[in-house]
Design a protein. Structure first.
Length: 118
């Protein structure tokens, strides 16, 4: 039974992150916010943000589009390889999401920023 519960937790983390990225792609920032913890932390190459409201506010301004290439998950972590359309420039990016208890609490993103900065 413990193995089954662990597997369900792994699936839940993947479903949460997939729904989060879908909501962002659809411009449904309210739904995206509901999938995050209030104290979510974001760490990226070009900056960091703390708090769900601030993260959602910034994402609404950027209007990024996510094309998921691969998604790997376990019970509390999801790793995503995606191309993000950043204002017409597609950037291959890796994201690491911490998802305990069905809510995203921490997002880390890495990519080569040169295409965005030029």
């Amino acid at each position: 039974m413990e193995q089954t519960n662990r597997h369900l937790g792994m699936v839940e983390s993947a479903v949460t992150v997939s729904a989060f990225l879908k909501a962002l792609n659809n411009g449904d920032f309210k739904e995206a916010g509901e999938l995050m913890d209030e104290q979510v932390k974001f760490e990226g190459v070009l900056g960091s943000v703390e708090g769900r409201d601030e993260y959602v506010r910034q994402m609404a301004k950027m209007k990024l589009r996510y094309d998921v290439k691969n998604l790997l998950y376990d019970e509390h972590f999801v790793s995503v390889l995606y191309e993000i359309d950043m204002g017409g420039k597609k950037v291959l990016t890796a994201g690491w999401y911490e998802v305990p208890d069905g809510k995203i609490t921490h997002i880390r993103v890495i990519f080569d920023p040169r295409p965005v900065l030029s």
